[in-house]
Design a protein. Sequence first.
Length: 259
Amino acid sequence: MYFIDVQGTLIDDHTKLPTRGAIGFIDYLNAHKIPYMVITNSTKNPSDAFLGYLNSIGLNIPKEHYLDPLMMLERHIDKKRKIAAYGSEEFLNVLCAMGYSLDFESPDVVLVAIKEDFTPDEYAQMIEFLLSGAELIGMHETTLYAKNHKRYPGVGAILKMLEFATSTPYSVVGKPSRAFFEEALVRLRHQKADAAFSEITIISDDVKGDLIGAQQLGMKGVFVLSGKIRNADEIIPSLTPTERPAEIYPDIEGILERL
């Protein structure tokens, strides 16, 4: 059984097309009825739209095999609460379409997603809201954000900075929160009723933002070098033995060849 990341794992961060072996891997799982969930931290498009895009590029992922943070958001933030949201314009539009009210005067929540061009003034505004008592929530906790062959601080890095600056603890909607992984497990059990974390292999290009949290729950971590990190030496030496993934592959094709 598998949990499978999307960006940098199933699709290339730059081209947004399937990585080597991605289509074949999903087709293999479908053909052999192997239980799996595709778990992404994508927040720029409505859930159905992003899944539709994945399907359109050849990744035949059924709706019941898919989970993203937007599908979890209402459990974390009631729509009556006022939100100061930070992220791409597409993300803000999705929030409004979902019925959330954006407020940059006296928000109850500071909600952080990803974009590459956060400004110092935006950080200053977040800090003022947090020091005034707003709650801090991240859509996910990725370490790095890759775009146009550049790597930017991920949402996890921004949350850590804000926590350090304001002493405000934060919670996370998507990966690697326990709640997100538990919801993915609940959905996986529709495919295999007695599925357990100890039976699941999680595949991702983000060790700190995905794999370590999953491994702490008993999953087997598999690291692919097709996304944010292209050289394992950039991160593996800094990890403790319990943080290190069980296996490392250049891409999904390497895993497919082992099946």
